[in-house]
Design a protein around this ligand. Structure first.
Ligand SMILES: C[S@@+](CC[C@H](N)C(=O)[O-])C[C@H]1O[C@@H](n2cnc3c(N)ncnc32)[C@H](O)[C@@H]1O
Length: 289
């Protein structure tokens, strides 16, 4: 392993705003951010209070909405949103410590006490949050997993959405607030179409979907939201060669019956194969499937 990576790994071990595979965190994020804001050194995770809506601890004043960025990489969204919304807390999750180091270092440098990172596997995400603890989820430029055989690894596959439902606050149908909302930003037309198909098939509430986020019509309309403009490292790479940023926002507000998974597989089989070949060809690789 390179020297630079080793230095970054060592650095995040010392950072209060990075938790690596932490144990016993469900229900404790409010207390954790409370300590982070106070500037506590060596935050003892074991002694943090569990705070939920029925058991407000008087010592924890930091019960702010919690927003999770999945596959955060360098954490541009966690940091960018943290700057925009001081009344919310943000957690970026990724496996790669050297990437997390970047966002965590910026948050430390700029005194963003409402931004933290967790280093772990997304597949294990339910181990870290209690029921209803997370208000909103951002998924930013995840690997599109183009091969049909890898569809279950897409972060908007119902298999993952069922995990998110275990800790994402229920969408409030009455109020037009952000609870229960999932945002996906991607340059992959395939992942975008796949996610739209999931939303339609399982009857989830679609809020916004565009295959050209930076079109002048949207940018000049009252539907524009400054959160859309945060740029990530992978956004700049244009790996899918689509030259378009796709964005979809939906509410995770319905049961996701397992029986529909087979139907999903059938539906996506058609459009997936074409796109996989095209994408591979665009990247100058031989189509394997
Ligand atoms: C294409 S990068 C996007 C990073 C960042 N969101 C961006 O837009 O620059 C995908 C990220 O997902 C992370 N990732 C992939 N599989 C993961 C998993 N199972 N658990 C946690 N992170 C994962 C990778 O480490 C990588 O940083």
């Amino acid at each position: 392993m390179g020297q630079k990576k080793l230095i970054k790994f060592a650095a995040i071990k010392e950072y209060e705003n990075v938790l690596e595979y932490p144990q016993g965190m469900p229900g404790k994020w409010a207390a954790y951010f409370h300590e982070l804001e106070k500037g506590t050194i060596n935050i003892e995770l074991d002694s943090l209070a569990v705070v939920d809506d029925t058991n407000e601890s008087s010592s924890v004043s930091n019960k702010k909405p919690l927003v999770l960025e999945l596959a955060c990489g360098r954490g541009e969204y966690a940091v960018g949103l943290g700057r925009m919304f001081s009344n919310q807390n943000f957690v970026g999750l990724d496996l790669k410590g050297n990437r997390i180091w970047k966002g965590a270092s910026i948050a430390n440098r700029d005194g963003l006490k409402n931004v933290a990172f967790i280093r772990t596997q997304i597949d294990q995400v339910t181990q870290y949050f209690a029921q209803d603890e997370v208000n909103e989820i951002w998924i930013t430029f995840p690997d599109p997993q183009l091969r049909l055989s890898k569809a279950k690894k897409r972060l908007t596959h119902p298999k993952f959405l069922r995990l998110y439902q275990q800790f994402l606050k229920k969408a409030d149908g009455e109020n037009n607030n952000s609870s229960g909302v999932v945002h996906l930003k991607t340059d992959s037309p395939n992942l975008f179409l796949f996610t739209k198909t999931v939303v339609e098939l399982y009857g989830l509430t679609l809020i916004t979907a565009t295959d050209n986020l930076y079109s002048s019509e949207l940018m000049q309309s009252d539907k524009w939201d400054d959160r859309y403009a945060i740029k990530t490292y992978y956004e700049g790479l244009n790996i899918a060669s689509s030259n378009r940023i796709h964005y979809i926002q939906f509410k995770l507000d319905k049961e996701l019956p397992i029986e529909l998974d087979e139907k999903l597989k059938e539906i996506i089989a058609e459009f997936e194969i074409t796109e996989t070949h095209e994408s591979l060809a665009r990247n100058g690789k031989q189509a394997m499937e």
